[in-house]
Design a protein around this ligand. Sequence first.
Ligand code: 5GP
Length: 206
Amino acid sequence: MSTKGVLVVISGFSGAGKGTLVHNLLSKYDNYALSISMTTRSPRQGEVDGVHYFFSKKEDFEREIANDGLIEYANYCDNYYGTPRSYVEEQLESGKDVILEIEIQGAMKVKAKMPETLLLFVTPPSAGELKRRLEGRGTETAEVIDKRMKRACEESEGVEQYDYIVVNDDLEECTRQIHQIIRTAHNTPNHQMELIEQIREELKAF
Ligand code: 5GP
């Protein structure tokens, strides 16, 4: 059995509850490691450097790109966002399933470089529910909610390239489903090729 972890991308409409889901997954099971992205955007209130993101200057971000220190990066709303390579590789090697909570362009780049990556897309059960959730937060103006609803439509472009669509109707049920999908991914040929190669070698001795 391969002891290497599975690389998992979780994307979804903003307001779909990805953050809460990932948090729930990490607190319930101990086989996960969450990748912390690097970004050039400013911290929001309550965001902590090294916890929510590695907040960095544009020059530092560009140096990381030049040094091939990022698995992928994207320019999103005038800021860079990227996934640091070393943490992800170390954690996968140590057997952890590594979660990247990134948008769709980044997801496609990761899949192109590392085809064994599992791509999950989280959606609320309906557009009406998405709107209710955004309104329920009580933090956004009607105008911002409107913008996010429009962006949600763009965010669904390319969703057919994901491996699974997960409906986040009930948080606990959705968390369980995601965990199950990831466990199953450990048994795909993609993930077990090393073992198969080893058995092939061993078989030669018979
Ligand atoms: P926010 O500014 O709201 O924290 O994030 C904006 C978007 O960037 C979200 O869709 C988030 O998933 C995405 N994002 C966060 N980190 C990364 C990353 O490392 N790479 C890419 N491609 N997108 C990211």
